[in-house]
Ligand binder design. Structure first.
Ligand code: ADP
Ligand code: ZN
Length: 730
């Protein structure tokens, strides 16, 4: 590794702080000097703030007034490649650099002095007499020779009272020492025997390994049906990276999947890797952040924000379920973790593996054009086969009002019950009913803060807004016409479907899996484990169940409303439905028993439904790709969304209109501007939202044009402007 540039004491430097100032500030290097990339504390007005030495100072500020860096923090300096990554990511997403830096410094206590703790180590002293308890304590110190413990930890591990430990210290058999509080992660062993791979799997693994060994950047789509062994294969690539002495990152779309994954890693590499997501405690976060910087955490399992950790030498990034929409979210900075992973990898000569049974169209197209490599695992591992898929034509089914399980589906469920197998009914709608309407006047209950209907949650006995989470009691009288006793639920939610299933099969054990029915991720995980162990006959689930859980007894998947998601103007709706349906169907027949998937649909001839049923995925993607090409939308054209928001609708529209009048920078590059118009969700948490869409040809430098366009606008009052490059909904 190249040594970064060193700045002598007093030299003028540019420091990027995490404060919302859109430029690098000049300071003098502190006593003892500092490296470029050093994390520092600098004075800003009366405050001390966190920053990173970004390079030379700009020099346009009077030297005599220059203030000095207060101190250099005791963490590894930011690597040049990380600075380059943050800069590119900021340019790509049109995010101010300080906001990017905040993502990269999301660990508490970075500016705390290195914290030490008192630990005990074995010493030469011989105790006057040896008791059982004393022996146990000494045995523990020996067993964990390399590690050191606080007196309390040692007493706990040995199962003795603290006084026993104290006695040994007094007698000189143990001695106190200072040790850093943040412990390194135990080493992982890539050479433990993995599973014996099938021929297909082995070929894919060796192709990935070749990429890792090359030490160069490259992205590979690893496509394979659920259960085909993608995870086994990419764990081999992780092993390769570890052998090269480089770090690896595995991104998972959902925290609930982490625990199971950690177990698999432990079984494969003999130790537990680092974790990084919102469920990780503050102290643990600081430890992970620091150890990654020192190269003392080899593997991280994490959420998308793990891309911003200060890796010492990152050689491999896995994006599991790469198509998952949770990778694209707005937490202040709007980015797609899949794209950022590719950017990050390109900056540090790492390999990226995008794993999915149903890749996003973007990734499919990049593999198709040869920009990414592509590896296919076609067979499921072992004897399990893909379920047989059929549509139930709902136009031919007789259903009672307010019921949704067709006679055909019911029959299939009955068969499973008799055989002692499980059925899963899938409906991507949380709550009891999507609508609560007044039978007297037809009014619907809407959220007070958002432009959204309230959804009845019978389990909570309240109505809930799925936009802002606001709840209110289910009203007795209609809020509009005041007539009492006429409010009624309309349409199915997962809870209501649970009631229907219970009424059809009173003897069956029924489990409803929806995120709002569980207080914690742990409670949900436990329920999933119980179900996997066979403690339910009929499972009802929202999209939660589509992801990665393995139910060996499951042989039937019933999709209640396969058409849901096909409506609407969203160009990605078809793609999403396709992915979701294939994924849900993949839940059936994972073990020895073959599975069946039944899709209830009113339009079984819809191209998407036909593609799902035919199993000819390539044909589906080619068609979808062609439509996007004709429409000139991503991945064949470029798009960006601008969301304007504020509490006063007129002001928000005024801003939109002013922007529209000033759109010359967009016109110059031939980009089209649409709007301002109300955003798909026009009001959230009391703020009005107005959207503008920009469309351009693939070759247009869109970010640059947008940056020039919006630069003159200053946000007044509570007005906000946010840019979303490659929006998900358009
Ligand atoms: P995917 O990630 O494609 O869904 P997994 O890697 O999770 O597939 O594999 C599905 C199941 O099959 C897992 O329990 C895995 O351990 C097992 N499996 C896959 N390949 C092998 C193999 N070669 N030998 C033994 N078990 C395997
Ligand atoms: Zn709301």
């Amino acid at each position: 590794m190249d040594e970064p540039e060193f700045f002598q004491q007093g030299e003028r430097l540019g420091v990027l702080t995490t404060q919302p100032l859109d430029r690098v500030l000049d300071y003098r290097a502190p006593e003892g000097g500092c490296f470029r990339g050093a994390f520092v504390e600098v004075p800003l007005g009366p405050r001390k703030v966190l920053g990173v030495v970004w390079g030379h100072g700009a020099g346009d500020f009077d030297s005599s007034k220059l203030r000095a860096v207060i101190r250099v923090l005791d963490v590894a300096p930011m690597r040049d490649e990380m600075r380059a990554f943050l800069t590119k990511a900021a340019d790509y997403t049109l995010t101010p650099l300080p906001a990017m830096l905040r993502l990269a410094t999301r660990a508490p206590g970075l500016s705390d002095p290195p914290s030490m703790r008192k630990v005990l180590r074995p010493s030469d002293g011989v105790p006057d007499r040896m008791t059982d308890a004393r022996q146990r304590v000494l045995a523990v110190t020996e067993e964990f020779g390399g590690l050191s413990f606080t007196p309390k930890e040692l007493a706990d591990l040995a199962g003795v009272t603290p006084s026993v430990v104290k006695g040994l210290v007094k007698q000189g058999a143990l001695r106190e020492e200072d040790a850093p509080r943040d412990l390194p992660f135990p080493p992982l062993n890539p050479d433990l025997p993995g599973k014996a791979l099938t021929v297909d799997q082995a070929a894919a693994a060796s192709a990935l390994n070749a990429g890792v060994v090359s030490g160069r950047y490259g992205t590979t789509l690893l496509k394979g049906v659920t259960g085909s062994g993608k995870t086994e294969v990419y764990l081999e690539a992780v092993a390769s990276a570890l052998r090269q002495g480089r770090q690896a990152l595995v991104l998972l779309p959902e925290i609930a999947l982490t625990a199971e994954f950690l177990k698999r890693v432990k079984a494969r590499f003999g130790a537990t890797p680092a974790e990084w997501h919102s469920g990780v405690t503050m102290t643990e976060r600081r430890r992970v952040w620091k150890m990654i910087g020192q190269g003392k955490a080899q593997l991280v399992i994490g959420a998308r924000s793990a891309l911003f950790l200060p890796y010492r030498d990152l050689g491999l990034i896995i994006v599991d379920e790469e198509h998952d929409t949770s990778y694209k979210q707005d937490d202040g900075v709007s980015y797609n973790a899949r794209d950022m992973a590719v950017l990050r990898a390109a900056m540090c000569s790492a390999q990226v593996v995008l794993a999915s049974a149903t890749p996003s169209l973007e990734t499919w197209a990049n593999a198709d054009s040869g920009k990414y490599k592509r590896l296919d695992l076609t067979a499921r591992f072992g004897t399990s086969v893909l379920p047989e898929m059929r549509a139930i034509d709902m136009r031919d089914e007789e259903l009672l009002p307010s019921t949704w399980i067709s006679p055909t589906l019911k029959q299939a469920m009955k068969l499973r019950l008799e055989r002692g197998e499980q059925s899963l009914l899938f409906l991507n709608r949380r709550g009891f009913a999507p609508l609560t309407i007044c039978r007297a006047c037809g009014a619907q209950v809407a959220c007070d803060n958002c432009d959204a209907r309230m959804v009845e949650h019978r389990f909570m006995k309240r109505l809930m807004c799925h936009q802002c989470g606001e709840t209110k009691p289910i009203p007795d009288a209609c809020p509009s016409c005041k007539v009492e006793g006429k409010m009624a639920p309309v349409g199915p939610g997962i809870e209501r479907l649970g009631e229907e299933a219970a009424a059809l099969f009173p003897e069956a054990r029924i489990a409803v899996l929806s995120s709002d029915l569980f207080g914690s991720a742990r409670a949900l995980k436990q329920r999933i484990e119980e179900i996997a162990a066979g403690e339910a006959d009929i499972i009802l689930g929202t999209q939660l169940v589509a992801k990665g859980h393995n139910f060996p007894l499951l042989t039937l998947v019933g999709v209640i409303d396969a058409d849901l998601g096909l409506q609407g103007s969203d160009l990605r709706a078809g793609e999403r439905t396709f992915q979701l349906m294939r994924q849900v169907s993949g839940r059936a027949g994972r073990a020895e028993r073959p599975g069946e998937a039944l899709l209830q649909s009113f339009q079984p001839d819809h191209p998407v439904i036909r593609a799902i049923l035919s199993g000819d995925e390539e044909e589906y993607w080619r068609t979808e790709a062609e439509q996007r090409r004709i429409a000139g939308v991503p991945p064949y054209g470029r798009m960006a969304g601008i969301i304007l928001s504020g509490t006063d609708l007129a002001q928000v529209f005024d801003l939109g209109n002013a922007l529209a009048r000033a759109a010359a920078p967009l016109q110059q590059v031939g980009a089209m501007l649409y709007g301002p118009a109300p955003a798909p969700i026009a009001r959230v948490r009391g703020r009005h939202r107005v959207r503008m869409l920009i469309k351009a040809e693939k070759t247009v430098p869109l970010q640059d044009a947008i940056a020039r366009w919006i630069a003159p606008f200053r946000m007044k009052g509570d007005l906000r402007l946010s840019v979303d490059i490659d929006p998900q909904n358009f």
